[in-house]
Ligand binder design. Structure first.
Ligand code: FES
Length: 575
């Protein structure tokens, strides 16, 4: 460890070490909590931002894990302070946790700024908690280490393995088609999530935990440890020890988050066949770090990096299998030639150092680069007159016949309209139709909900159809699959071209050529634009109104305009 600070240079010293009236108050209030000077004098104060809550099953263990982090902090000579932060339980928060990701980012930043904190441990994992915590910590700029909540164990139903989300969609369609009954459905409900921890497919949670490790902000291998595994509390304690040293070393996020580190994270994302949501979050994280990441970079890298992780929804295994196969260290080791191994990480060592000795133990789960699951294309970014600023899809999770397709549109004005229409027995629809959902973007949703895997119309499901082209300005759960084109930017609610699409139009997609085209003449589009009316705003007051006024589009990472970038904010005055 290279010590770069003396105890008097600690940020917390202003609160606790000064000889003045305010510092007296701070110290006396800590003594009120039962601490004494030996607890904090000359020690880094570590803020543990914990997104535990009673309603977040993915974080059900985080109360205990915070204690493990504290154990590590004490071992290394620090003083831990746990600060609860917004929990963002994906299944419960409506209309969408994405509405509140930036809220958590603001909370994380301000919790760190306003308290006597020298370094931060960020504990989260359920989808938006990872980017929310990390974005806030990047903006605050203190040494920070991320502790992933870890995936839950495999689901089980009558001896069959069940994957979060992915198998819900699959069996829901089986139920709609009349192939399974109430008893089976109810058993699946009880078997699909049988331990604490995040979704255990390569959904948004697993993707974000992995790429946050890949960018350098978590301990090597941390993101792959199943939540109930005894390695997990040991990893938490290690993170507690490490953050104390990071404070002395002054190892801040800006030293880790270089353009090369973000490229590494994107490459790992592609090799994992990760969630499309990660594109939005990584762009937002990069912009906070002053790195101008664009969607195009994802497409460029997608063409260079094959999918080698055989994990649902692109493959067939689950995160528990990935851990037994060697986890992220093994995957990174397998693709080491594609990465910049010189990048610095929270260990104080390089990406290359962190994978020393890493090995793949189950080659069915982590394929060799020479025999990938898909040669390229975890993510494709398409552009064209329907999406001038881009849209994304996951070709690996789509029916291959739909990757070059032209079809007639059935357009839905909003989710309720769509939900009603797809259940109609007399809907005039064929498997070649293109379903279009409007007003589901960042402002229109609001909060860009995960509505992008539009249900296949019931009459087609009953006929055995399981995939068709679906287009929206929404996101899609990382557990979802199919020929779903997402994140259309600009969104329809603000007058993007998607707003002008009508039933009966034709849309063509060409994934290999990265093109999407609405076959309607410019003159007709101008006529439609002249009569288009913006929908009324969703919010007249409160956070929603602030959100609506400042939210960026998907290609910008959906951050608030006033939170992007590196503009300095002063330390609080203490008077
Ligand atoms: Fe929390 Fe999926 S619901 S990670």
């Amino acid at each position: 460890m290279t010590v770069c600070k003396s105890p008097h240079q600690l940020r917390s010293h202003r609160w606790l070490g000064a000889d003045n009236l305010r510092a007296f108050g701070h110290r006396s209030r800590l003594q009120q909590l039962g601490y004494d000077r030996a607890d904090w004098t000359g020690k880094p104060v570590i803020g543990i931002l914990n997104t535990w809550s009673d309603i977040n099953a993915c974080h059900g263990h985080l109360r205990a894990r915070a204690e493990d982090v504290k154990r590590g902090v004490y071992q290394a000579g620090g003083f831990p302070i746990e600060l609860p932060a917004m929990s963002l339980a994906e299944p419960f928060v409506k209309p969408s946790t994405m509405l509140y990701r930036n809220f958590l980012a603001m909370e994380a930043e301000e919790l760190l700024r306003s308290h006597p904190i020298d370094g931060a441990v960020l504990i989260g994992g359920c989808d938006k908690t990872t980017p929310g915590l990390v974005m806030g910590a990047i903006s605050m700029g203190l040494p920070a280490i991320y502790v992933p909540a870890g995936p839950m164990l495999r689901g089980n139903w009558r001896g069959h393995t069940l994957g979060s989300g992915s198998d819900v969609w699959k069996f829901w369609d089986e139920k709609r088609a009349g192939r399974i009954g109430e008893t089976a459905w109810s058993e699946i409900e009880g078997g699909i999530a049988r331990s604490f921890g995040t979704c255990m497919v390569m959904g948004t949670a697993a993707t974000m935990m992995a790429i946050t490790e890949a960018v350098g902000l978590a301990l090597p291998g941390a993101s792959s440890i199943p939540a109930p595994d005894a390695n997990h509390p040991r990893m938490c304690a290690e993170a507690g020890r490490r953050i104390v040293d990071m404070v002395w070393e002054d190892l801040t996020p800006e030293k880790i988050l270089t353009p090369a580190a973000f490229d590494n994270a994107i490459r790992v994302h592609m090799a994992l066949g990760g969630s499309t949501n990660a594109i939005i979050h990584l762009i937002a994280m990069a912009r906070r770090a002053g790195v101008g990441l664009t969607m195009q970079r994802f497409d460029d890298i997608s063409r260079q990096v094959p999918v080698i992780a055989n994990i649902t929804p692109s493959g067939k295994f689950l995160m528990e299998d990935f851990f037994y196969a060697g986890g992220l260290r093994a995957l990174i080791g397998e693709m080491a030639d594609l990465l910049d191994l010189s990048c610095l990480t929270v260990t104080g060592r390089s990406r290359g150092d962190n994978i020393a000795g890493a090995q793949v133990y189950l080659p069915d789960v982590i394929h060799p680069l020479t025999a990938p699951l898909y040669a390229e294309g975890a993510t494709a970014v398409l552009t064209g007159n329907l999406a001038p600023r881009g849209c994304v899809m996951k070709p690996a999770a789509a029916d291959k016949r739909l990757l070059a397709h032209r079809g007639k549109v059935i357009a839905f004005e909003n989710y309720a309209h769509m939900a009603h229409e797809v259940e109609r027995d007399d809907l005039d629809v064929t498997p070649d139709h293109v379903l279009v959902l409007k007003n589901a973007g960042p402002r229109g949703g609001p909060g860009m909900p995960e509505w992008g895997m539009l249900p296949i119309p019931k009459k087609l499901v009953q006929a055995g159809v399981r995939d068709m082209v679906r287009i929206s300005d929404a996101r899609m759960s990382g557990t979802s699959y199919g020929a779903c084109i997402l994140h259309v930017a600009p969104e329809s609610f603000v007058g993007g071209p998607l707003a002008l699409v009508q039933t009966g139009d034709e849309i063509e997609i060409d994934v290999a050529g990265r093109r999407i085209h609405l076959h309607v003449g410019d003159e007709e589009l101008s006529r439609r634009r002249a009569t288009w009316k913006a929908p009324p705003p969703h919010y007249a007051r409160g956070y929603g109104a602030m959100y609506s006024a400042h939210i960026g589009q998907a290609d910008e990472g959906c951050d608030f305009d006033f939170l992007e970038g590196r503009a300095p904010i002063a330390e609080p005055e203490i008077h």
